[in-house]
Design a protein around this ligand. Structure first.
Ligand SMILES: Cc1cc2nc3c(=O)[nH]c(=O)nc-3n(C[C@H](O)[C@H](O)[C@H](O)COP(=O)(O)OP(=O)(O)OC[C@H]3O[C@@H](n4cnc5c(N)ncnc54)[C@H](O)[C@@H]3O)c2cc1C
Length: 299
C-alpha cells in the first residue's frame, strides 16, 4: 500500500528505519529484528541506502524480503550517489517488479573519503531532480528528507526551505525529518513549512540513544543540538550502556509524548537494527498502530 494513502486514511504512521548490514551473515539477525518490530504493527519499515550507494542491491533485496516474506509494507531509500539516470531507471523497474511502491528520494551523502557530493555524469545533482524522474517513470509514492536544523550545506534555513518546497512541488508526497533532540526545532520547522505552503505530511525522525559513542557519530553526520541536561546525564554514565539506554528511552518518550500531543503525522524511529529500546518506547506511548491492537497485546 502506498504510504500517502495510509497518511490520508489514518492521518498517522508509525515506522522504523533499518539499514542493510555490512556483513552478509548479519542479514538473518536483521530479519529477526524485523520480526520483533512487526509485533507492534508499524505502518512501514524503511530500509536505508548505504552512503556512496554502497548497499544498492542489498537495499532492494532486503526491502523486497520484508514486504514479500514478512508481509510488512516498506519504504526503500534511494540516492543519486554514483548513479546515472539509466541506473536509476533500472532500479525503479526492479522495485516495481518486486511490488515495492514507496521510495524515499535522496541526493545522498558523499561517499567515504570524499568531502563534497559530486554529481555523476548523466546523473542527478539534487534530490528534486530525482523526485521528478521517479514521478515521470511510474506511479510510486515518494518521500523526501527535511531538516529541522537546516541541512549542513545549506546557506540558510530559508534557502533549505525553498529546496524542500522544490522537492514537494516536484512530486514528494510526504517528508521524513532528520533526527532532532529538541522538539522546539521541529515545531519551528513545521511552522516554516506551513508558511511556505508546504502542505504534505511531515513525519518527525526520532533517534533513541542507546550508547554514548553515538553522540559523536551523529554529530559528524548532522550535528543536532542536544539539551545540555541530557548531555550531562549521559556523560556521567558514559561507560554504562544500560544507563545510557535508560536515559535515551526516557528522553525519546518525552519527545514523542509532546509530538503526539501536537498532532504529528507520524513517528519514524531510527532503531539501528535493534528492537528492544524502540519497542519499550512504543509500549509506553499511546500510539495509533496499523491494527487497533491494545499496547499490551504485543507483549
Ligand atoms: C530521513 C532521512 C533518511 C536518509 N536516508 C539516507 C540513506 O538511506 N542513504 C544516504 O546516503 N543518506 C541518507 N540520508 C542523508 C541524506 O542523503 C543527506 O542529508 C544528503 O546530504 C542530502 O540529501 P537530500 O535528499 O536532503 O538532498 P537535497 O534535497 O538535494 O539537498 C542537498 C543540499 O543541496 C541544497 N539544494 C538542493 N537543491 C538545490 C538547488 N537547486 N540549488 C542549490 N542548492 C540546492 C539543499 O538546501 C541542501 O543543502 C537521509 C536523511 C534523512 C533526513
Amino acid at each position: 500500500m502506498k504510504i500517502r494513502d495510509m497518511l490520508r486514511q489514518n492521518k498517522f504512521t508509525l515506522s522504523f528505519e533499518v539499514f542493510p548490514p555490512k556483513r552478509e551473515g548479519n542479514v538473518e539477525s536483521l530479519y529477526s529484528t524485523v520480526d520483533n518490530l512487526i509485533r507492534c504493527n508499524p505502518h512501514f519499515i524503511s530500509v536505508t541506502y548505504g552512503a556512496g550507494g554502497s548497499t544498492r542491491d542489498k537495499t532492494v533485496e532486503i526491502a523486497s524480503h520484508i514486504k514479500n516474506e514478512h508481509g510488512q509494507e516498506v519504504l526503500a531509500h534511494l540516492t543519486c550517489v554514483g548513479t546515472t539516470r539509466h541506473d536509476i531507471g533500472r532500479i525503479l523497474d526492479d522495485l516495481k517488479d518486486k511490488h515495492l511502491e514507496n521510495i524515499l528520494a535522496l541526493r545522498g551523502d558523499p561517499p567515504q573519503g570524499k568531502d563534497v557530493f559530486m554529481k555523476t555524469k548523466g546523473g542527478f545533482g539534487y534530490a528534486n531532480e530525482l523526485v521528478e524522474f521517479i514521478k515521470e517513470h511510474d506511479d510510486f509514492c515518494i518521500g523526501v528528507a527535511g531538516y529541522p536544523e537546516k541541512h549542513l550545506e545549506a546557506p540558510s534555513m530559508a534557502a533549505d526551505m525553498e529546496n524542500l518546497k522544490r522537492k514537494v512541488d516536484a512530486g514528494g508526497n510526504f517528508i521524513i525529518t532528520q533526527l532532532f533532540f529538541i522538539n522546539d526545532v521541529f515545531h519551528r520547522f513545521r511552522d516554516l513549512a506551513v508558511n511556505r505552503k508546504i502542505s504534505v505530511p511531515i513525519i518527525p525522525g526520532i533517534f533513541p540513544l542507546f550508547n554514548y559513542s553515538q553522540i559523536s557519530r551523529i554529530g559528524s553526520l548532522c550535528d543536532p543540538a542536544i539539551p545540555s541536561q541530557l548531555l550531562d546525564k549521559l556523560y556521567k554514565v558514559r561507560d554504562k550502556n544500560e544507563e545510557v539506554q535508560k536515559y535515551g528511552i526516557e528522553h525519546a518518550i518525552r519527545q514523542c509524548e509532546d509530538l503526539l500531543s501536537n498532532e504529528v503525522s507520524g513517528l519514524h524511529f531510527c532503531c539501528m537494527n535493534k528492537s528492544d529500546h524502540v519497542l519499550e518506547i512504543v509500549r509506553q506511548l499511546s500510539i495509533p498502530t496499523q491494527k487497533t491492537t491494545s499496547a499490551d497485546e504485543y507483549y
